[in-house]
Write a protein that binds this ligand. Structure first.
Ligand SMILES: [Zn+2]
Ligand SMILES: [Zn+2]
Ligand SMILES: [Zn+2]
Length: 338
């Protein structure tokens, strides 16, 4: 069933065609393996053209042998490309991940774990395999995919609008921008009627600064909000939704709040990079959690279609989603294809 997408593929595709399911290979998840969190992260990375091509061009790295996440990921990617099998094992990566994180007791064999954190840790490990420098914030290696493509370089600062006093800027780097779904839904209700699909960034920013008030650093009596400033222009931005409310089901509200496009100027209080000011990012990947199982959706750029990668029941009730945005992809028509 697998067909390597060729050049003329786009023309042969009809909207709603189920052929899209045959465009990718599955990763094995046998009973008791609980590898769907890892498989989803790998599948989304594979579908990201920028990541896939960049990794292909990299060879030299600090190798850790059996515990080498870099080698294991490369091997899965080359099998994705060359193997005739429709379903491939992800055991080598699962083992490398378990070995790497055994002291922290995370991502251990047979145990379920968090897909967004797995995604984030794979990126961090790739940086370490290429640069071998644990201080990730100052990485400027041209070959480090993690920092060149995914990193958001930010600083946070409290600035008082009333007296102008400001706190010391706090610089940091993030690969996943986490947003609370409870705060998101509060903002959806506040912005009711004013919220437009192209304001998804603004919505996330409002949710992210909810309740983050401090008193003015010069004690002028004002309570002031945190400001987050983006310094670079990441090619891929990942949003992680934190489902922090066990009580109520926010699923519908969260799904309706989603926008297929994201402006970095909306997402952060200020953007200093000129390219970042202009660029609009398009939704190209999703990892969702439902019924104790992860599934991944990816936008297949060559066929301009969304594909569900894990052939399990489609999660109608998402309870955990992470979203990956990509600068280069075309506009996904999610709504019309649902
Ligand atoms: Zn290696
Ligand atoms: Zn790096
Ligand atoms: Zn003040």
């Amino acid at each position: 069933m697998f067909k390597k997408p060729g050049k003329g593929l786009k023309k042969s595709y009809q909207p709603g065609s189920m052929m899209s399911l045959a465009l990718t290979k599955g990763l094995m998840n046998e009973p008791g393996q609980n590898s769907c969190f890892l498989n989803s992260a790998v599948q989304v990375l594979w579908q990201l053209d920028i990541f896939r091509r960049s990794l292909r061009h990299l060879s030299g790295h600090f190798c850790l042998g059996d515990a080498c996440i870099f080698c294991a990921l490369k091997s899965i990617f080359s099998q994705f490309q060359q193997s005739r099998e429709r379903v491939l094992p992800s055991d080598s990566l699962r083992n490398a991940l378990a070995e790497t994180f055994k002291d922290e007791q995370r991502f251990q064999l047979g145990l379920m774990d968090d897909a967004a954190e797995c995604f984030e840790n794979i990126l961090e490990r790739i940086h370490l395999h290429i640069v071998s420098d644990p201080t990730t914030d100052s990485c400027c290696s041209k070959s480090c995919i993690t920092h060149q493509k995914f990193a958001m370089m930010l600083y946070e600062q409290f600035v008082c609008r009333c007296c102008g006093a400001s706190s010391d800027p706090h610089p940091f780097t993030e690969f996943v921008h986490y947003v609370s779904t409870t705060a998101l839904c509060q903002q959806v209700n506040r912005m009711l009627g004013k919220n437009r699909p192209d304001m998804f960034g603004e919505l996330l920013q409002a949710a992210n600064s909810t309740g983050d008030l401090r008193s003015c650093p010069s004690d002028c009596g004002q309570s002031i909000k945190i400001r987050r400033v983006l310094l670079n222009c990441p090619e891929i931005v990942t949003i992680g939704f934190v489902w922090d409310s066990e009580q109520s089901d926010l699923t519908d509200d969260v799904i309706w709040s989603l926008g297929p496009r994201l402006n970095l100027c909306g997402l952060f209080n200020r953007v200093s990079d000129e390219n970042a000011k202009r660029c609009e990012l398009h939704l190209v990947g999703m990892i969702c959690f439902s019924s104790k199982h992860y599934s991944a959706f990816a936008y297949h750029t060559k066929s301009s279609k969304w594909i569900l990668i894990h052939l399990v029941h489609i999660p109608l009730n998402f309870s955990d989603c992470s979203f990956v945005y990509n600068v280069k992809a075309k506009v996904p028509k999610i709504k019309s294809e649902q």
